[in-house]
Write a protein that binds this ligand. Structure first.
Ligand SMILES: [Zn+2]
Length: 183
């Protein structure tokens, strides 16, 4: 099962903007799509990956919960046709995206907690409540299924950064907020 190419912003924005379609239970490509997502995410430092990011416009995403836990992130699992059923009030926090490597912000508003339902890869119903960073991951991945990028949540006072390697070979955050003007 191959590691797939991840569409990148802005060069491949068109594919990232397309809305994904609901998955049918008997979709013959579903198993291999989920495997491809797992193989691809395994090569990346990320807590989630949505099918449209590998160019498949179906409502499937992988999420990995517990990225802030001491024991580390848990194994990613698939959520199919996810729907948010309840959510708390919006709170500013961190966002990064495998389609925008190196870009990050601490200023996107996402629900403090949310409840969602979905199907798992065996088509069993999932119903879950997630909080804090986990709620942000679920919200971010569901956004991808609707063609929404974290940039869309930035406001006029939000700051956007990119990681650069400085002359000493160290990672440095450079503010690139000004790139947003005119979008
Ligand atoms: Zn993303």
């Amino acid at each position: 099962m191959p590691v797939r190419h991840i569409l990148k912003f802005p060069q491949e924005e068109e594919g990232l903007r397309k809305k994904s379609k609901s998955v049918k239970r008997n979709d013959p490509q579903l198993k291999s799509l989920i495997q491809d997502l797992k193989d691809t995410l395994a090569t990346q430092d990320g807590a989630g990956l949505a099918a449209p990011q590998i160019g498949v416009h179906k409502r499937v995403a992988l999420i990995s919960l517990g990225q802030d836990n001491e024991e580390g992130m848990r194994e990613p699992f698939a959520i199919i046709n996810p729907v948010i059923t309840k959510k708390g009030s919006p709170k500013k926090g961190f966002d990064g995206c495998l389609s925008m490597p190196g870009w990050m912000t601490w200023d996107t508003k996402r629900p403090e907690w949310l409840e969602f339902r979905a199907r798992d890869e065996n088509w069993k119903p999932i119903q879950m409540r997630v909080e804090d960073i986990d709620a942000r991951v679920v919200s971010h991945e569901i956004d991808h299924l609707d063609g929404i990028l974290f940039l869309d949540h930035l406001e006029s006072d939000s700051k956007l950064f990119i990681v650069r390697i400085d002359e000493n070979g160290e990672e440095k955050l450079v503010e690139i907020t000004q790139l947003l003007s005119g979008r």
